[in-house]
Structure formats: structure tokens, C-alpha cells
Design a protein around this ligand. Structure first.
Ligand code: GUN
Length: 304
């Protein structure tokens, strides 16, 4: 079996077009949705993600401001910025890019965001609302993945779903959404016994553990649908050759840039087992951004 693609790019473009139409309708009512992104520090990946979010927001007509601060910003100053954005009636949605520098208490910062302006849905009030099935902004990556599965015609109700990874950003909300869609859900993690065996029970396998090529074909039931959330940069030639044997295009990319991107799934063995698989890049990443735009417009509508 060679897996066919679960096309995150195509579904993300669909969502973006719908959001753009919604923004145009709001413009008719004199409303321009506003997203404010807060970025602390110089993490190169975070800068890439934040730029992509800003460009995507602008491309659909959302007003976007990125507030950039050096990595030594003190926590009080960050909380003061969030207070100011909370109080500013022209701001609809606030996103604090993670990870924050180590000296900052991430939970405290996320709790300081007004739940009605919580673009990521990370505030405990919104997490609780999501778990209870009440309306709430849904964390962008899992929301995008669920949208992908639904729009690509993957049956969820009654299926066995295994989520590998228990983060607040992906694993936990992903499991909640799959449960709400009537899957039978297992959350697996680094302490799970017989991880390959647990993963092989999955009809739908969501992999979000942040280790390049960790999940191999041995973890995948033949015919399973696999979503690879990982985006890992590998720079050693031996890794590129191991993950992409005989792939001249990847090797050329590595030679040019000094690195290439690999998901959490091993691209040399998982496609042989899965029926459908998200590519890396071009799978989950664009969906996260599309859902951020969706959340922003929803918050704008609800607030005004
Ligand atoms: N860092 C990695 N993913 C995310 C996300 O979805 N939201 C925020 N705020 N930071 C992230």
C-alpha cells in the first residue's frame, strides 16, 4: 500500500476562502476583525510561524499587529501588554506565540488573556467549555485536523483513534474533539507501554510528539489514516538518506539549505502501511493558520 495524501493545503485554502467571504460580509457591517500577536524572543521557528500568521491574516482582510519583544522582557511587562490589549475595544483576538522564554510563567500569561479574545482557545475557561461541549474558540491545530478529516471524507464515529502526545496545544484538545466526533479515543505518550502495539489499534492515528521520524511502519495498522503533526528540521546527511532513501529532490534540498523537514512519522515506512497520510510540509501547518483566521473572525462576531 502507498498512502494517498490528506491534502492539508487544499482544505486550508478552502477554509481561508470561506473566512475571506465572512470578513467581506463583516466589512459591509463596518467591522474589520483585528488580531494581535505577541512574540517574545528570537526563536527562528516562532518568527517563521508568526510571519506566516500575519501574512495569512492580512490576505483575508483581517487587521493584524505583531508585538515583538526581546527575550529578556520581564513577565510584568508582558502582562501589562496583555492587559492593554484586553482593554482595547478595537482588538478582537490575542495570540501569544509559544514557547515563551523560561523565566516567564506560561500558564499565568495564558490565563491573563480575556477568554472572549482568546485566539488559541488556551485559557482554562475555554478549555473547560470545550470539554463540556459548549461554544468556545478551539485550539487551531486540532481544530484544523478535525476539519481535514471531515472534509476529506474520513469516517470518525465508532472508529478507534489514537493520539500520540498529550500537550495542551495538540494532544489533549485533539482527543477531546475526536471524542466529541464519537471516536473511541486513546491518548498515548512517552510512558505508554508497548507504544507500537497501542498505535496499531488505531483506525485514525494522530502523531504529535516532536521527534523526527519516530513512528515507523511497525506502529501503523495496514489501511489506517495517519495525521503527522510533527515539523522537525534534520541537518545530518545520514538522517536525510535514512528518511528519504533514493529521493534526489530531498537530497538536493538538503545540499542547498543544509537541512530538510521531516515529520514525526518515518517517510520511508509509514506510507507503505497507511491508506491516507498528511505530507510534511503542506499537511497540518496550513490548517493551523487557516483555523486561526477562522477563530479570529468568530471572536470578532461574538464580541461585536
Ligand atoms: N506554538 C506552536 N503552536 C502554537 C499554537 O498553535 N499557538 C501558539 N500560540 N503558539 C504555538
Amino acid at each position: 500500500m502507498t498512502a494517498s495524501i490528506l491534502d492539508g493545503k487544499r482544505v486550508a485554502a478552502e477554509i481561508r476562502a470561506e473566512v475571506a467571504a465572512d470578513v467581506a460580509r463583516l466589512a459591509g457591517e463596518g467591522i474589520t476583525p483585528d488580531l494581535d500577536v505577541v512574540l517574545v524572543g528570537e526563536d527562528p521557528a516562532s518568527h517563521v510561524y508568526v510571519n506566516a500568521k500575519a501574512n495569512a491574516a492580512r490576505s483575508v482582510g483581517i487587521r493584524e499587529t505583531t508585538h515583538r519583544y526581546p527575550r529578556d522582557l520581564d513577565q510584568g511587562a508582558l502582562l501589562a501588554t496583555i492587559d492593554r490589549l484586553n482593554a482595547d475595544s478595537s482588538v478582537d483576538a490575542i495570540l501569544v506565540q509559544l514557547p515563551l522564554p523560561k523565566h516567564i510563567d506560561t500558564a499565568r500569561v495564558l490565563e491573563s488573556i480575556d477568554p472572549a479574545k482568546d485566539a488559541d482557545g488556551f485559557h482554562p475557561v475555554n478549555v473547560g467549555r470545550l470539554v463540556q461541549g459548549k461554544p468556545a474558540p478551539v485550539p487551531c491545530t486540532p481544530a484544523g485536523i478535525l476539519e481535514l478529516l471531515v472534509r476529506e471524507g474520513v469516517e470518525i464515529a465508532g472508529k478507534r483513534a489514537v493520539v500520540v502526545g498529550r500537550s495542551d496545544i495538540v494532544g489533549k484538545p485533539m482527543a477531546t474533539l475526536l471524542l466529541k466526533a464519537d471516536a473511541t479515543v486513546t491518548i498515548a505518550h512517552s510512558k505508554t507501554r508497548d507504544l507500537p502495539g497501542v498505535c496499531r489499534e488505531a483506525d485514525i492515528l494522530i502523531v504529535a510528539l516532536g521527534r523526527a521520524g519516530f513512528v515507523t511502519g511497525e506502529y501503523v495498522k495496514p489501511g489506517a489514516v495517519v495525521v503527522d503533526v510533527g515539523i522537525n528540521r534534520v541537518s545530518r546527511r545520514e538522517d536525510v538518506e535514512r528518511f528519504f532513501p533514493g529521493d534526489a529532490v530531498r537530497l538536493a534540498e538538503w545540499e542547498k539549505k543544509g537541512s530538510t523537514l521531516v515529520g514525526d512519522c518515518d517517510p520511508s515506512s509509514v506510507p507503505e502501511q497507511a491508506s491516507r497520510l498528511t505530507p510534511v510540509p503542506g499537511g497540518v501547518g496550513p490548517l493551523t493558520i487557516a483555523r486561526l483566521l477562522f477563530n479570529t473572525v468568530q471572536l470578532a462576531r461574538a464580541r461585536r
